[in-house]
Ligand binder design. Structure first.
Ligand SMILES: NC(=O)c1ccc[n+]([C@@H]2O[C@H](COP(=O)([O-])OP(=O)(O)OC[C@H]3O[C@@H](n4cnc5c(N)ncnc54)[C@H](O)[C@@H]3O)[C@@H](O)[C@H]2O)c1
Length: 337
């Protein structure tokens, strides 16, 4: 059987780590990424870690004709992992149409090309943002999806719905909706990692940039939440564990008979507070961080962490790295930039 799989956004943070794991597992990824939020040299790093170059096309994933022509170029493609999207919640509030155009537009282009070429397998990058502010901090896949609080969150809910509707329409489709919690860290080799553009939106790149002196101070947004130390609680998952889950999800799809659309929570099952992450980072890296407590930030969910039992059982996957290791790897990566 062919091992070729399209990976949109394959030069990005999670995509690049996934491409490496796919190649190490014997798959042949075909990257579609125009590097709008990544760098071409990431492809060299992938080759360094995987021992060979992946196939790739620098095209815009919302361009239906170009996407279709890449799909047609490889008649033996068996599936798609769709990462390509914008991901900054705050920016999505400022530029909603840009987010819908890219995130939903690329999803439709991919699904149309899959239909045209008879490709059935799809792994979609979703997010725990679909759960909004949940009633209980621990969420399962049965926890209700809530009205989104940002355009970004709504693009994820919308894409999940589109995939479900396409399956219901009778188009043969086997899909996994992978709901990521908070990916952090970098490749243990320090050759791949996160490349935030501008001021980081996420905690860990902000921490590493503060430690590196790029940012003068880290602000903790609120310490009066109803959590053990008053700061927000999230489920931080090592990016390599997340990447490996994509390999498992791809293998799982290949075992399925008939159409299917299944959501999976990808997290560690443990929550860490913002202060715990800061202190853990300081401890594992022997550093002191300059941080201050600020007011709450609008739209932040108080606490959320995954119950990953479904992915563990059905995908035969489990997180292997600790948060401490992820924070060590994140710092090792930052030092190379
Ligand atoms: N990083 C997170 O915290 C997080 C959490 C939950 C879900 N996700 C989702 O995971 C996916 C990957 O996230 P990431 O952190 O790797 O982001 P990223 O920005 O590092 O990677 C996205 C990649 O897609 C490419 N891209 C975007 N739009 C494109 C287009 N129209 N055509 C071609 N290439 C395009 C970018 O150049 C980039 O290389 C996204 O769908 C994101 O929403 C990320």
């Amino acid at each position: 059987m062919s091992k070729k799989i399209i990976v949109t956004g394959g030069a990005g943070y999670i995509g690049s780590h996934t491409v490496v794991e796919l190649m190490l597992a014997g798959f042949e990824p075909v990257i579609i990424d125009d590097f709008r939020n990544s760098k071409p040299w990431i492809i060299d790093r992938i080759a360094e870690l995987a021992g060979r170059y992946p196939l790739g096309h620098a095209i815009d994933c919302t361009n239906e004709l170009e996407v279709l022509s890449v799909f047609r170029n490889y008649p033996d493609i068996f599936g798609v992992i769709h990462f390509a999207a914008y991901k900054a919640v705050g920016e999505s509030v400022q530029k909603p149409t840009m987010y819908y155009q890219n995130n939903v537009g690329s999803m439709c282009a991919v699904l149309n090309a899959m239909k045209e070429c008879g490709i059935e397998n799809l792994v979609f990058s979703s997010s725990c943002t679909v759960y909004g502010e949940p009633e209980t901090a621990e969420v399962t896949e049965a926890t209700p999806v809530q009205k989104a609080t940002s355009p970004y969150g709504d693009t994820k809910i919308t894409c999940e719905k589109i995939i479900q509707f396409v399956k219901d329409s009778g188009q043969p489709l086997k899909a996994t909706l992978l709901r990521y919690f908070n990916p952090i860290g970098a490749h243990p080799s320090a050759r791949l990692g996160e490349l935030p553009s501008g001021i980081p939106n996420n905690l860990v790149p902000y921490i590493t940039q503060t430690a590196a002196g790029i940012r003068s101070q880290l602000t903790v947004y609120g310490n009066d939440y109803n959590t053990p130390d008053g700061t927000n609680v999230r489920d931080y998952i090592h990016v390599v564990d997340l990447a490996k889950a994509h390999v498992k999800a791809t293998e799982w799809l290949l075992q399925q008979q008939g159409s299917v659309c299944e959501a999976f929570n990808l997290g560690t099952g443990k929550g860490s507070s913002v202060l715990e992450i800061i202190h853990n980072f300081e401890k594992v890296n022997g550093l002191k961080l300059n941080y201050a407590i600020g007011p709450r930030r609008a739209g932040d969910v108080e606490q959320i962490y995954a119950k990953p039992a479904k992915a563990e059982k059905m995908l035969n996957w489990k997180c292997e790295y600790t948060v401490a290791e992820a924070l060590k790897h994140a710092w090792n990566w930052e030092k190379t930039l």
